[in-house]
Design a protein around this ligand. Structure first.
Ligand code: ZN
Ligand code: ZN
Length: 495
């Protein structure tokens, strides 16, 4: 009894692997290409002609004869070379380390529910590494020695088990929503509405990964998982790639899905998208599952080793969306703030020479002023070039800065209005610190933030709602900030 499959070339009997770019099985020796359907046909013919065990893979070891569904750690013997294989509990594929044959342990899937369909990879290894390089380039504060010295390890094309839920949520909710509008200088008008609505939402294919080895935060950040390119499940798709079986069942996963569906219903019934904040005060929902499919979804994953730490990098193998956590170089971060500060002080120096020029109307100083202004403009790109690692442009922009300094020297000739200069410098300093520290810091933090999703608005396929009432509450008031006065959640579209 065979417990696994090995995709063998019908022409030369060599190992065949699934080629992502071709979307078909390709022989490693003679380059023959077969689509999964063609291979399936050939296999059927061979079987009917009694060419038994054509796709022979590996057999469960004799010592492990009394296995059951729980005992997934059993070992196998490769049918081609007799080598012992221990794929582990959840791995469903392995390349035999002795003969190089790619084996799919079909029995592992057969002891569980079989996948309903598979979404094949559209992005290959090259695309994955390219996405990694692009992502690295877009992050300005990654340490330089990470870029040059990090080791990319365990690059894997994973088929991850996913549960896809179809749900209908019916019910009604009472809610409060809040609008915030600018109202004079440093004042915001908060308008609060109260309402009640009833309705129905239909969701389809809300994904939840069924693998403990994959961080739910990561798999949720990689959504959406479109199913337009789904194929009928066939073991041939797994040949040469890595696949897992599920170890979290559909009943366990549904809890998380229900929380997300409830939040989507809250957002929908309160018409949260028309307001800044929303808060549901009372709800009565009835959730009915319409079906659960089991699908294998493609994920590229690797581990980046740097200075003793591991940074995972994962990509949706269909859409190319990626999730990454990279280290932040605080040295670079502060250098960026300081260099922006430097550029700003040059700008202020220029403004103060302008003021001197208006007073004296000296045309030679005017020319010097224009030249300095131009040099300043060119040199202000310096931080940008520096942090996008464009060395030539950083050097030329810093040269412009030196020329600019010479012009400012000529313009002033020692007659600087220090009071004017210092006041504008202090003001500028304050502004730049606010902008840089807040905006840049927030961006750097957001880039590395990997969180669970709270709703599943992207999976809504049908909406029916009726509003019972919706009117403004006497709560309206003005405050000096935009934070919610009803303690509501901020509405943000789902990414
Ligand atoms: Zn061949
Ligand atoms: Zn072998």
């Amino acid at each position: 009894m065979d417990h696994s499959d090995h995709a063998r070339c019908p022409n030369c009997s060599s190992n065949m692997v699934y080629d992502i770019k071709l979307g078909a099985l390709k022989c490693e020796s003679c380059d023959s290409v077969f689509t999964v359907n063609e291979y399936e046909e050939i296999l059927k013919n061979k079987k009917s002609k009694n060419a038994d065990s054509f796709s022979r893979g590996a057999k469960v070891d004799d010592s492990d004869e009394f296995f059951d569904a729980e005992n997934l750690k059993r070992s196998y013997t490769c049918s081609s070379c007799g080598g012992q294989l221990t794929p582990g509990a959840v791995a469903a594929t392995l390349t035999c380390p002795f003969c190089g044959n790619d084996i799919v342990f079909t029995d592992k899937y057969k002891t569980q529910r079989m996948p309903d369909f598979i979404v094949p990879f559209q992005m290959d290894r090259e695309d994955f590494i390219k996405t990694y390089r692009e992502e690295l380039k877009s992050r300005l504060f990654v340490p330089d020695d990470f870029i040059s010295g990090a080791k990319l390890e365990k690059v894997k094309a994973w088929y991850i088990p996913f549960w896809l839920y179809d749900l209908t949520v019916k019910g009604s909710a009472s809610y409060q929503v809040e609008d915030v509008k600018k109202h004079g200088k440093n004042s915001y008008k908060h308008q609060v509405y109260e309402g009640s609505a009833g309705g129905e939402l239909t969701f389809s294919n809300i994904p939840q990964d069924g693998s403990r080895e994959v961080d739910d935060r990561v798999s949720q950040r990689l959504e959406p998982f479109p199913v337009d390119h789904k194929r009928k499940f066939n073991f041939a798709y797994l040949s040469g790639l890595d696949a897992k079986i599920y170890n979290v069942d559909s009943n366990e996963c549904i809890t998380r899905v229900k929380v997300r569906a409830r939040e989507s219903m809250d957002r929908f019934l309160s018409s949260a998208h028309e307001h800044k904040y929303y808060r549901v005060t009372d709800r009565k929902y009835d959730m009915k599952p319409n079906g659960i499919s089991y699908a294998l979804m493609p994920l590229w994953n690797m581990e980046i080793q740097w200075k003793g730490s591991t940074f995972p990098f994962t990509m949706n193998g269909q859409t190319g969306k990626c999730v990454a956590k990279f280290p932040i170089s605080w040295k670079k971060f502060y250098a960026c703030i300081l260099s922006s500060l430097w550029m700003l002080s040059c700008f202020l120096a220029w403004i103060s020479t302008l003021e001197a020029f208006v007073r004296t109307k000296d045309s030679i100083k005017g020319v010097g002023l224009l030249c300095f202004g131009y040099c300043w403009l060119m040199s202000s790109f310096f931080p940008r070039y520096l942090f996008s690692r464009n060395l030539n442009s950083s050097i030329s922009s810093s040269l412009f800065f030196i020329i600019g300094c010479y012009f400012i020297y000529l313009t002033y000739c020692g007659k600087i209005d220090w009071a004017y200069f210092l006041i504008s410098f202090a003001l500028g300093l304050f502004t730049i610190i606010m902008v840089n520290v807040y905006v840049v810091y927030k961006e750097v933090k957001d880039q590395n933030k990997i969180e669970l999703r709270t709703s599943c608005d992207n999976n809504i396929t049908l909406k029916v709602a009726s509003t019972v009432y919706h009117h403004e509450l006497a709560k309206t008031k003005s405050t000096g900030n935009t934070s919610s006065i009803i303690n509501g959640k901020e509405w943000k579209p789902e990414l």
